[in-house]
Each structure stands twice: as C-alpha cells, then as structure tokens.
Design a protein around this ligand. Structure first.
Ligand SMILES: Cc1ncc(COP(=O)(O)O)c(C=O)c1O
Length: 466
C-alpha cells in the first residue's frame, strides 16, 4: 500500500532535551503478560537502551500513567507538556497549524509546514503579485541561485549539481527518462521501494524492454552488510541503474545507502539514492556519499512548503540529465535547465532557506534526538498495547517507527485501509497503515510538534478496535 552536511546548530545546548524517556513498562501498573513478552523480545532484538535508562525516568513515570483514558475530543497537546522536548514545548508546537483535535502521527507522508515558513512563502507570493514580470522574469533566477546555494550547503552537496524539482517522484522519473535503455538491460531496486518509484521503473521497462529486478530485504532486517549483499547479488553487467532508498517509505527502515553506493561504484554501476525522507531526518553529506544521482525532499523533515525537493547529479552525468519539461534554460547548464519550466509558483523553492532557518532556530541536533526518541517511545507504547514484537531495531530507524499490526486487526489490505480511515474518522488519529509483503504495519512519525500523549492515545484506542 502506498504511504502516500548539516548546518551549524546555533547554540541550543542550553535547551538540550533529555535523551531518555519513560519506558512504557515503568508507567504501567497492569501490563499484560503478552505485552511483557513483546517488550522482552524487543529488548533482545534491539538492545533497547531504554532499559539502562530506567533510573533516569522512574521519577517522571509516577506522574504519567500509561494508557490513561483519552478523551477523543480533547485537543492535541492539551496537557501542554512534552517532557522529552523539555520546557518551551507548547510554544514550539504552536508554530504548526495542525488541527488541535487530531493526533497527527503522519509527518512522513507530506510533512507539515510551520507558520514562520508559511509566512515567508506568503511574503514571496505577495512580492510576485506586486509585479509578476519583475518577480518571475528578472528576479527569479538569482533568487533560486541563492536558495539553491543554501539548500546545497545544508546537504553538503556541490550546488552546480543541484536542481530544484517539486518532489522525489519527479526526480526519479527524470533520471529514468535520461537513461538510454535497451531490451535486456536491467534496473534494480528493493522490495521496499516507494510505489510511485516502482511504477516509474515498470513503465520504463515496458517502454524500453529493460527488466526490473527487486532485491528482497526481509523484516526484521538483516545486518546492513547483508542488505548490501542482497542488492549486489542481483546487480550484474546488464544493470544500468540501482535505486536504493535511504529511508524506506512503507517500512521506515534506514538502508545502508553509503554501502550500496560504494559497492555499486566498485563494479561501475550507476546508483540513485532515493533519500526522500533524509533531509532533516538524517545528517546528510552528498559529497561524502558520492552517488551518481541523489534526490531528497525539503517538504518532509525540513518542513518547507509542499513541492520543494532536489535532484542532485554527479558532474559526468549532468549534460545528459534534462527536466521532463523543456525549459527556457535549456542549454544553459544543468541547474538553470530545471529553473523555469513554465509559469508556476516557485515560492516553495524560495522558502527552503526560511525552513532551514526556522528548524535551525529550534536546533537540528535537538529535533533529531527528540524525534527519534519520541518515535521509539511511541513504538514501545503502541507495541505494548498491540502485543506485537518489534520489527526494526531502534538504531535502524530515524523519526519514523514501525509497529506490526496483529493479523486479527488487519488480515488483508482492504481491512487495513478501512482501519486507517476508522482511526481518523472515529478517533481523530492520523496514522498510516502500510501493507507490505502481505502484512499490515502502523508507521508512526515523530516531529517537534508531537508529544507522548499522541501515541498514548493511539495505544489506548487500538485494543478497542478488534
Ligand atoms: C522513499 C520515497 N521515495 C519517494 C517518495 C515520494 O515523495 P514525493 O511525494 O515528495 O514525490 C516518498 C514519499 O514518501 C518516499 O518515502
């Protein structure tokens, strides 16, 4: 099922968030044996650092019982507290305009843009409407250059290989269209690839006679070297491109992108890293990674306005990589070719620096630490309520975590879809349910505006849905 180099952290150490969080078992007085079993399994799989952290957390746990009764009409964040973020969290969360009734656990699909960034985009739009010709014709190129420079700096990428595109979906299709494929050629991806990417690969194969080969990566995931091995096992002299996700969509798994890129480089096979989720979630250095092609979204974990992404291409491949739409800048160099593909609203690109500034003002280090710890907490509390073992070890996911759903709740894809809708319509919980390799999974996102009670609310509702 479709789900649908860092900048300097400007001195936020005084706000440093505690890196631990109350363990669900510490907070529960009546955890069932099934739940206890699941937790034991999790600790043995994941080397759960939370166990060693109990002494830090037990004091707080006395005041925040797990599975407290949740009033579905209550506002998101109504307690005004998020001990993991620390003081000042209500002001941070208030930057987002998400519906107060909804426990929004799906930042991963489309991101969510905070008010200061929306204000920056509005300011660009106002300028555009004051004089569209001045804005689009005379000023846009220079402003895009400046935004590109900032965004490339954030990703530690050479700006001359950096083109703005609306989204990762477009980036993948752009790269596939640039390949000179023939019958018998191979394209390689994994069975975790994003559905639209798989569709683009299949359509490309149908058009050219190339063959798509998917490397299978089971869950729970094998060690990273093994994953690289499984991908390289299906790469051969016919392979024209490997696409590897940095963070998978349906399964929220961090794949060893660097290992795959290095292995492909070793055998001279081009590789595209689909890092749709990486900017903002992971510390990215495109320069160190050295991929052939790299795409990432700013509208997800950088919280830029919708429709802001990058397609980075290494120097040798730039003159054969063209936008899907012929532009005014054709023939003027890689980045310029992508800049003006007809009349459009380019303010999402121009607002990327504002998003970078806003998130940096909260502290990238702090955001990442918070989001990971909260995703891990959410997973523990939800898995405890479901009685399912963990699927992905804690050091193999970032700001999104996966929980297996028991078969009785989602025996097939259609039931899984209905369950997702029910959670939203009846309980005001926005959480995606992925159907992957014949099983259903909840994918929990954690962003700065989320608090433990969002996940506790889900955990309280799930047992009532059988
Ligand atoms: C791995 C991966 N690739 C591509 C995409 C598509 O991103 P977009 O909708 O911005 O094109 C996603 C979206 O979640 C994704 O997770």
């Amino acid at each position: 099922m479709a789900l649908v180099g860092d900048e300097a952290d400007p001195g936020h150490s005084e706000n440093a968030a505690p890196s631990t969080f109350p363990e669900p078992e510490r907070r529960s007085r009546d955890a069932g044996s099934e739940q206890e079993q699941a937790r034991r399994h999790e600790r043995s799989c994941a080397g759960d650092p939370g166990v060693a952290e109990d002494h830090h957390t037990s004091r707080r746990s006395a005041h925040t019982p797990i599975m407290r009764a949740i009033d579905p009409r209550a506002s998101r964040g109504r307690s005004g507290a998020n001990p993991l973020w620390g003081s000042g969290w209500p002001e941070v969360a208030a930057h987002w305009t998400l519906h107060p009734d909804v426990a929004f656990l799906n930042h991963g699909s489309f991101g969510a843009t905070p008010l200061p960034v929306l204000a920056a985009q509005n300011a660009w739009r106002e300028q555009m409407e004051r004089d569209p010709v001045e804005f689009l014709w005379r000023r846009l190129a220079g402003r895009l250059d400046e935004a590109r420079r900032r965004a490339a700096g954030f990703l530690d990428a050479d700006p001359s290989g950096f083109a703005f595109v609306p989204n990762a979906t477009t980036a993948v299709s752009t790269v596939l269209a640039s390949l000179d494929l023939r019958a018998g050629d191979r394209l390689v991806a994994t069975d975790h690839a994003y559905p639209a990417v798989l569709n683009a690969l299949r359509a490309t194969c149908a058009r050219t006679g190339a063959e798509l080969v998917l490397a299978g990566i089971p869950l729970p995931p094998p060690p990273e070297d093994d994953i690289v091995g499984r991908i390289m096992d299906v790469v051969d002299s016919r392979t024209r491109l490997v696409i590897v996700d940095h963070v998978t969509s349906a399964t929220a798994l961090i794949l060893p992108a660097a290992g795959v890129v290095a292995a492909c480089r070793g055998v001279g096979v081009p590789v595209m890293v689909d890092a749709a989720h990486a900017p903002g979630m992971l510390d990215v250095s495109v320069r160190h990674l050295r991929p052939d092609y790299w795409t990432g979204n700013f509208h997800k974990w950088v919280c830029a306005p919708k429709g802001a992404a990058v397609l980075w291409v290494k120097e040798e491949l730039r003159d054969r990589t063209h936008p899907l739409v012929m532009s005014h800048g054709a023939g003027q160099g890689y980045a310029a070719e992508f800049d003006f593909q007809g009349t459009d609203d380019y303010t999402a690109y121009l607002s990327v620096p504002a998003a970078l500034d806003f998130m940096a003002s909260l502290g990238w280090e702090r955001i990442r630490r918070h989001n990971h710890a909260l995703a891990a907490y959410g997973r523990r509390v939800v898995a405890a309520s479901l009685g399912t073992p963990p699927v992905v070890p804690e050091d193999r996911f970032g700001s999104m975590a996966l929980c297996a759903l028991p078969t009785r709740l989602a025996p097939d894809q259609e039931t899984a879809q209905r369950l997702q809708l029910r959670l939203f319509e009846d309980h005001r919980i926005e959480v995606p349910i992925a159907w992957w390799n014949d099983a259903a999974y909840l994918r929990l996102s954690a962003q700065a505006y989320n608090a433990p009670e969002d996940y506790e609310r889900l955990a309280a509702v799930l047992p009532t849905l059988a």
